[in-house]
Design a protein around this ligand. Sequence first.
Ligand SMILES: [Zn+2]
Length: 535
Amino acid sequence: MISAVGDRTTELMKLYDPWLWAYYNQIQLVGAQFQLDGHEFQVRPMSIRPPVKVIRKATQMAFTESEVLNCIHGLITGYYPVGIYYLFPNQGKVNDFSASRFNPLISRNPESIAAFVKDTNRANLKNIGSGFIYFRSGRLAQSIQGGIMKSSGSLKGDPCDHAVMDEYDEMIPCDQVDDYVDSRLAHSTIKTKVYLANPTLPDYGICSKFDISDQEYWHIKCRHCGKYSCLDDEDHPQAFPECLHTLSSGEVIRACFHCGRALDPRFGEWIAKRPDVGGVMGFTISQLNAVWIDPKTILDKWNHPHTNRANFYRLVLGRGYIEAENRLSISEVLACCGWDGIQSESKIPCTMGVDQGGGERDLLHVVIGQKHPVKAGKIVHLGVYKGWTELDRLMDLFRVSRCVIDGLPNQEAARSFAKRFPGRVFLSYFNKHQRGSYKWDEREHTVVSNRTEALDASHKEISGRDVLLPRRCDIIEDAFAPHCTAIAKRLEEDEETGSKEYVYIRLNKKDHFRFAFNYESMARNGEPAWLFRES
Ligand SMILES: [Zn+2]
């Protein structure tokens, strides 16, 4: 009688909890059986279905398996009645996953999974229970160089209840994937999302999602003193690498912050740094918590001179990392500030850069500068203006000899502004095939440049303190400097050609003044000597 009640309880719990379902059904994964031992940290993230779940992780922590099982369980039990989008960054990864991970999961679990899969001939679409799981590429075909985004056909599609974005940071551009997924979820009553990735850059992708979550860390309970230590807490002085102690025997242990004795990561629990945040639950975990990885190998790797620091942070520690030279810092920007205030006019001819406001269509960010006898340039004015006639006024007040403005999004207004000042205003377009000097076209009122090269040049003016900014004031500290830190350079692979090249990407921040400054720098440096100007 008691066992019958026990069985009934277990059955009910299996129905509601994906982790218990996988555990009691002894799900066979590729190469291993689904298990608890050593994977205790998996239980909570796998069991819950909050509106948004974020997993910022090291590699090899088996979160893809647990999210896939969560999806399958939800389809079998009818929790997700319509369907699920499971997105990878590109079609190659979708195909690999389908063939090497998902199909074996079905064939190895005939009773618990295969029995619920209805025949679907298409490799990347499976009918499970009453709903479908679609494996798709999250890549939206785009031309970041040209500034024009077009969505690819592969993501057009059906409504769904739940979406998983796996390897989120590799989806380009990931914020547009969000828009796409939200539109697919719009009519569902469930509407849940999971973001999953090895982090790349701070303030970007999975890191920016984790930052707005409740930020749960794995805290290990010491079996000697009973207190907790969190090896992944980047704010704690005793966290990595201090937490790894080498004993006289040569063995390396994960040391308790309180008594120094060895910790066992299996005895832990998730504790939120921001427990008051609701709706977005975030988990972060490093390989330090994987019992199957000897901490000595981690420490040796850390200490090895040839170890790639960026990859170590991202793949072993599960943290974002950026080389200092690939992103401007606030202090680098402020170090360029001089003592002059912001001018409201100039008798000396100036150059002007204008960035259109993106979402806020008629907002214009303006940077005005001039040549400097010692440095590459001096910025004399910064401002945010509403309305295109303001630009005409600034052209006169600052005797602007050359102005560069981005051609998009409001191309018509930019073009008529350029026509009012023939030979002096140029619409900027980027072309990744352009190399070397910028291509100015007075007849078309355009300037074409390589985006990475142009941004490199203006980046160097600030990092090399080769440009003089006005003295520190609100607009510099609250807008210009933060905007300058909003883009970062990273190596990206061209999906069509396979070639790798550096690209500046926008982080989770506004970047208008960074581009206005870039355009001003282009105008200032691109201007030919007056003597050689064609008449
Ligand atoms: Zn202890």
